[in-house]
Design a protein. Structure first.
Length: 248
């Protein structure tokens, strides 16, 4: 049977489907690509292969919004997040090199389900926020991003709980995740984990992922926001449970 990017046609179809559905969910809910893609793709690509493909394909979506985000973001807070992330990201990647692929899949699925529970029940941090706490959140995101490929939950949940304008929250999350993608690619390159095949697959997956983002954005209607978020939660839960192998 012929292989494409080291995958059978069936495996490649599943990976493309995961990229497309992840894009749709992000298009109408604003989050969810990694939470959907990693549990589905990691059985086929392995931990590092799935993270590389996700990172490369996810680089392109935010580019049109970077300039606007940079004009409104709190640059000092963003730098604190990134410093914390840069310090602990290599620790997470080191842990990943010592993690069995099956264990990785369970970690990703459990983190996905945990974030889903927090979102569904509306849990928020209500205490005071110090500069050190912002850096610590960045460190937690770097650690999670290295060991499980999911840096978003710590930063997203933290900033969603802060009394800041929505535009600043969105700009901070967008710029942090974009910078994280660049950081992790740099670290993975230094570890010798990048390959032409893995980067090529990520570039190829950018097409269905961007198409999914466009479709999700086109489908979204503000008056049905709760319905779309419920659908996003359902898709994330299904992907996470599939990663836990509950179906077979």
């Amino acid at each position: 049977m012929p292989e494409y990017f080291g995958q059978t046609p069936t495996g490649l179809a599943v990976i493309i489907f995961a990229a497309f559905v992840g894009g749709i969910v992000r298009g109408f809910s604003g989050f969810g690509t990694a939470l959907i893609f990693l549990p589905i793709a990691s059985p086929y690509l392995g931990p590092f292969g799935a993270i590389i493909a996700l990172t490369v394909m996810d680089l392109f979506g935010p580019i049109p919004n970077l300039r606007r985000a940079w004009t409104v973001v709190d640059k000092a807070d963003l730098m604190r997040l990134l410093v914390g992330c840069a310090l602990l990201l290599p620790v997470g990647l080191w842990l990943l090199t010592r993690t069995d692929p099956e264990v990785f899949r369970y970690i990703v699925s459990l983190i996905s389900l945990s974030m889903l529970a927090v979102l569904v029940f509306g849990l928020r941090y209500r205490g005071a926020v110090s500069r050190g706490m912002v850096a610590a959140i960045g460190g937690a995101a770097g650690l999670l991003g290295g060991v499980a490929g999911i840096p978003g939950p710590a930063v997203i949940l933290f900033y969603m709980s802060r009394p800041l304008p929505v535009e600043i929250i969105r700009a901070t999350i967008l710029l942090f995740l974009f910078a994280f993608d660049l950081l992790i690619l740099g670290y993975l390159g230094g570890m010798g984990r990048l390959s032409i095949a893995s980067i090529g697959l990520g570039l190829a997956l950018a097409v269905p992922n961007i198409a999914g983002n466009w479709l999700g954005g086109w489908m979204f209607r503000p008056e049905y926001e709760n319905l779309y978020r419920a659908a996003a939660y359902l898709v994330i839960a299904t992907a996470a449970l599939s990663g836990l192998l509950l179906w077979g």
